[in-house]
Design a protein. Structure first.
Length: 126
């Protein structure tokens, strides 16, 4: 459909070639009427297949493709980043096994008997 609508645009070139072949005022007036008629079709969009009130030609399809690609290029990485962050935060892999907790407590108790064990893993590894 888009190819047929784009081929309709070549009709303007053919009308202009007719004008060049015969430069008379009568010929120009006839061609002007046809050109104006074609230009005013489909609410000023010209001749072609209409989908959702828009003439569907190759230019329109390229515009739609660029818009959708730009949107997906911006949204998909954000969605994937949020998805991977949620997946990591929701797993149990971030908690210490019980035997590690007991080992850390044993080391801390021997160093300081008044320790309340309110310490983060980054503090332990530092």
């Amino acid at each position: 459909m888009a190819g047929a609508s784009s081929d309709c645009d070549t009709l303007k070139d053919e009308l202009n070639n007719k004008r060049g072949a015969d430069l008379s005022v009568e010929n120009d007036a006839k061609l002007f009427v046809i050109e104006r008629l074609l230009q005013n079709l489909n609410k000023g969009q010209g001749l072609g297949f209409v989908v959702a009130g828009k003439v569907l030609d190759r230019t329109t399809l390229k515009t739609i493709f660029v818009a959708v690609s730009s949107f997906l290029g911006a949204v998909v990485p954000v969605v994937l980043a949020l998805r991977s962050t949620t997946a990591v935060a929701g797993t149990a892999a971030c908690s210490l096994p019980a035997y590690h907790r007991y080992a850390i407590r044993a080391v801390m108790v021997s160093a300081n008997a008044s320790c309340s064990f309110d310490i983060s893993l980054s503090d332990i590894l530092a």
